[in-house]
Design a protein around this ligand. Structure first.
Ligand code: SF4
Length: 384
C-alpha cells in the first residue's frame, strides 16, 4: 500500500527535525552548547512563569545533579525545587542529594489490600509485577505478552510478527516486533495463537512497572500538587526511546500531556563531564572521579552510568564488572539478598535476580570464573 501525501509530509517533517537536532548536537562547540542550554533554561522558566507554573529538577545521577548546579548556580535560578526518589539510588548519590537539599519522595502507595496506604516496596513490585530487565521498551512488550487481553490482542500480534494490522497502517515489519533474540526467550506466551515455538520463563515475570510505582508516579503526583513542571537531565546521545522523543519534540516541550525541559538534550557525555568539572559538581563516590585520558577524553573512573542499584535495564549490554558486580564488591549481603532472596515462589522457595540473569544469559558472580575479561564485549552486545 502506497503512502498518503500526509504520511509523506509527516515523514519529511520528522526527518527535518532530526537533521536540525543532529546538526546542533554534532556541530556546536562545548561552550556554544552551554550557552544554548542556558537559553533553554531561561526560556522554559519564563514560559512556565507566564503560564503560572513553578519548575523543579527531577534529580537522579550525575547528569541531573550537574543540571541542578547548572540551573541554580550557573543560571542563577535558586528557587527551582529539587526532588528525587532518592531511596532507590546508590548511597553515595543519596549523600550528595542531601548536601544539595533535595526533597526526597516516597514511592506510590498501595490503593487497596492489606497494605493500603503504605508505599510500594521494590520487593513487592518484583514479586507482584515482575523484574525490570533489558530495557523499558522491551520489558513493556514482554509485560503485554504476559498479560493477554482482548484489548491488547493486536499489539501482541505486532510484538511477535511485526504486523500492525489496520490500526497501525498495515505495516509488515514494524518496530513493535521484539528482536529475534528476545522472541526466542519471551515469545512463548503467544505460541498457541501464532503457531510459534518460542520459549518463556515459567518462574519469574518481567515488567516495567517498577519505574512507574517507584519514580514516575511519585514525581508526577508531587508535580501536580506543586503545580510544577520538570527539568530533566536527559541527553539524546544516551540513545533509546528518549533520544527519538528529544529529536522529535525538541529540548523544551510544551505538549498536551507532557511538559518538560531537557537543556542537556544535545550534549554528549564529554560535554556533561566537562560541565560537571567546570561547575565543581560533587561527584558521588559510585562514579569514582572524573579523569582525562591521554587522548583528552573525560571519563569517570568507576561507574559510567548509574540508576537504581540492582536494576536490570541495560544489564545485557553492560561490560563486566557490571552494576550487579559492583554492588557485590561494595555490599555482598545486599547483593546476595537481591540475587537469591528478594522474591518467593508459591511454595516459599526464595529466588531473585540470579534466576532472571541465568535465563537471559548474563553472567554474574565471580569474575575469575566468568569466562570474560573485564571490559571485553561479547558479540551479543551488538545484536540488540
Ligand atoms: S530504574 Fe530500574 S530499579 Fe529503578 S525504578 Fe526504574 S525500573 Fe525500578
Amino acid at each position: 500500500m502506497g503512502k498518503s501525501v500526509f504520511e509523506m509530509m509527516e515523514e519529511n517533517n520528522v526527518e527535518e527535525k532530526k537533521a536540525a537536532f543532529l546538526q546542533k548536537q554534532r556541530c556546536l562547540s562545548y561552550s556554544m552548547k552551554v550557552r544554548y542550554a542556558e537559553n533553554l533554561v531561561r526560556e522554559y522558566i519564563k514560559e512556565a512563569r507566564e503560564k503560572g507554573y513553578n519548575t523543579h529538577v527531577s534529580v537522579g545521577g550525575l547528569d541531573s545533579i550537574t543540571l541542578s548546579y547548572f540551573i541554580r548556580d550557573h543560571c542563577g535560578f535558586h528557587d527551582v525545587e529539587l526532588i528525587s526518589c532518592s531511596g532507590l539510588e546508590d548511597r553515595s548519590i543519596q549523600y550528595v542529594h542531601r548536601l544539595m537539599g533535595v526533597t526526597r519522595l516516597t514511592p506510590a502507595k498501595h490503593t487497596d489490600g492489606p497494605r493500603e496506604g503504605k508505599p510500594w516496596t521494590k520487593m513487592e513490585i518484583l514479586q507482584e509485577y515482575g523484574f525490570p530487565v533489558l530495557s523499558k521498551e522491551i520489558a513493556g512488550k514482554i509485560e503485554l505478552l504476559e498479560n493477554p487481553s482482548e484489548d491488547n490482542k493486536t499489539v501482541r500480534h505486532a510484538i511477535i510478527t511485526g504486523e500492525t494490522g489496520e490500526y497501525g497502517g498495515w505495516q509488515k515489519n514494524s518496530r513493535m516486533k521484539l528482536s529475534q533474540r528476545w522472541l526466542e526467550l519471551f515469545g512463548g506466551y503467544e505460541n498457541e495463537n501464532e503457531g510459534t515455538n518460542y520459549g518463556k520463563p515459567d518462574n519469574f515475570k518481567v515488567s516495567q512497572k517498577c519505574c512507574y510505582y517507584l519514580k514516575e508516579k511519585p514525581c508526577d503526583d508531587w508535580a501536580k500538587e506543586h503545580n510544577s513542571v520538570p527539568f530533566l537531565g536527559m541527553m539524546a546521545s544516551e540513545g533509546g526511546r528518549r533520544a527519538k522523543s528529544l529529536m522529535m519534540h525538541g529540548c523544551n516541550y510544551w505538549g498536551k500531556s507532557t511538559i518538560r525541559s531537557c537543556p542537556f538534550a544535545i550534549f554528549y557525555r564529554q560535554d556533561l563531564l566537562q560541565l560537571a568539572l567546570d561547575l565543581n559538581v560533587p561527584v558521588p563516590e559510585i562514579y569514582g572521579t572524573i579523569e582525562r585520558r591521554s587522548d583528552g577524553t573525560l571519563y569517570t573512573t568507576k561507574a559510567q552510568r548509574t540508576g537504581c542499584t540492582m536494576c536490570g535495564f541495560g544489564i545485557h549490554i553492560e561490560k563486566r564488572p557490571h552494576r550487579f558486580d559492583l554492588l557485590k564488591e561494595k555490599n555482598p549481603k545486599e547483593w546476595d539478598f537481591w540475587m537469591y532472596k528478594c522474591c518467593k515462589d508459591p511454595d516459599g522457595t526464595p529466588y531473585g535476580w540470579a534466576r532472571v540473569l541465568d535465563y537471559i544469559g548474563v553472567e554474574y558472580g565471580d569474575l575469575i570464573n566468568a569466562g570474560q575479561i573485564p571490559g571485553q564485549m561479547s558479540i551479543n552486545d551488538f545484536l540488540n
